[in-house]
Design a protein around this ligand. Structure first.
Ligand code: NAD
Length: 414
């Protein structure tokens, strides 16, 4: 039978396991299962050719017991309500694991952004913003970039929101350009966090000479490749949606980036072997970093994975059945809700800087990020060892446990 890979079903299964391990009250489990608010909007956009097309947009806010909602906005043809609900729930646990005062949210539009012109993308983004306007805001819900969205899109959201308010509100989004109130390091923060987790997960705490394979060569994947390469790791394989490349001698990520900028993909990089995404995942390496989309490591390919360690840069890359296979094989997995919290952590720094009208230096941001990531890593690792569970279960126990404790103290009104 084929595996159920509906991400929301997976998120619910994970919540159930954590609830049982933590012995939570029934009412808390019931509340945590459901997002507090989900909105679905039909976004009409005038295309450059004069036609009007309507795109489906979503914003889901999970639980705000620990602070305002926070979460990325994704533009991808496969975006649907269940995916956004799962991603919002994972954001809640992620913020709690990272120790930052936010609740989880996520948004998205079902669109192939690569097929739109810049003008169409701008009209789509501004119209979507106007339609979710009432539920976002600096103390309500603060969006950020995710798959196929970037600093430019955040700037359009910021501008649209500010036009309605009548004054500039930089703290309504994070991941903005630095000159518009963005934080130093934000564009590479998730990858920086992936680097810290990779380093701490290795027995000798050094990435030097380690063979790394990265799936996805976008904001997270490319930056992780570059940072690891700069620290002496050997990046032997990378991929994007069109396929992958590999070289046992190691790739130079900067050169691969230039090639992708010119050709639109990492494939056919001169002098190295072009492979499929399946082959990439099965390469022999020290660390595999999935940094693309959900459900790329499944029961079909988990048995063939030869990495010793997996550090999940992407959200939900491993299905539950694949997870079981990896545990049996003794592969160490640093889970997404820990490994990719660098982005939301620096987003939180950006929000704090905006609220105080401050700008921190790169060194200051990196110092704070490393402290928080390393602390979160060992909080999870120690909990896993104490309870004899995997790091994924421990991270869920930590995240769900912190939110549950807050909910319990706040109580259920009325
Ligand atoms: P991005 O759009 O910048 O990059 C995504 C990359 O994945 C692209 O190179 C794309 O070609 C590739 N890709 C897409 N489908 C693929 C497939 N089936 N096989 C192989 N490659 C594929 O997105 P991003 O911001 O780098 O996000 C990547 C992942 O990291 C997502 O799961 C996202 O939710 C997660 N994440 C991102 C951030 C962030 O700060 N950007 C933070 C936390 C988690």
């Amino acid at each position: 039978m084929s595996e159920n890979i509906n991400p929301y079903e997976i998120a619910l299964q994970q919540l159930k396991i954590a609830t049982e391990r933590l012995g939570l009250d029934q009412w808390i489990y019931e509340v945590l299962k459901h997002p507090k608010r989900s909105i679905v909007v039909s976004i009409p956009v005038k295309m450059d050719n004069g036609e009007t097309r309507v795109f489906m947009g979503y914003r889901v806010q999970h639980i705000d017991a620990l602070g305002p909602f926070k979460g990325g906005i994704r533009y991808h043809p496969k975006v649907d309500l269940d995916e956004v609900k799962a991603l919002a729930m994972w954001m809640t646990w992620k913020c709690a694991v990272a120790g930052i005062p936010y609740g989880g949210a996520k948004g998205g539009i079902a669109v192939d952004a690569n097929k739109l012109s810049m003008a169409e993308l701008e009209r789509l983004t501004r119209r979507y913003t106007s339609m979710i306007m009432d539920i976002i805001g600096p103390y309500r819900d603060v969006p950020a970039p995710d798959v196929n969205t970037d600093a430019q899109i955040m700037a359009w959201i910021l501008d649209t929101y500010s036009q309605f308010k009548g004054y500039l509100v930089p703290e309504v989004v994070t991941g903005k350009p630095v000159y518009l109130g963005g934080s130093e390091v934000r564009s590479e923060a998730t990858a920086m966090g992936v680097f810290y987790c990779t380093r701490e997960a290795l027995e000798d705490k050094s990435v030097k000479g380690k063979r790394i394979v990265i799936q996805g060569f976008g904001k997270v994947g490319w930056n992780a490749a570059r940072i690891l390469y700069d620290h002496g790791a050997k990046v032997i394989g990378v991929s994007d949606s069109k396929g992958g490349i590999m070289s046992q001698e190691g790739l130079n990520p900067y050169k691969v980036y230039e090639h992708k900028a010119k050709t639109g993909s990492v494939i056919n990089f001169p002098g190295v072997k072009t492979i499929t995404n399946e082959e990439l995942l099965e390469l022999e390496c020290d660390v595999l970093i999935p940094a693309a989309i959900e459900n790329t490591i499944t029961k079909e390919n988990a048995g063939n994975i030869k990495a010793r360690i997996i550090v999940e840069g992407a959200n939900g890359p491993t299905t539950p059945q694949a997870d079981k296979i990896l545990i049996e094989k003794g592969v160490k997995v640093v889970p997404d809700i820990l490994a990719n919290t660098g982005g939301v952590t620096v987003s939180y720094f950006e929000w704090v800087q905006n609220l105080h009208r401050e700008h921190w230096t790169r060194e200051e941001v990196l110092r704070k990020l490393e402290t928080m990531m390393v602390r979160a890593f060992y909080n999870v690792k120690n909990l896993a060892e104490k309870n004899e569970v995997t790091m994924r279960e421990a991270a869920l126990m930590l995240g769900v446990g912190r939110v549950a404790e807050a909910l319990k103290t706040l109580g259920l009104w009325p």
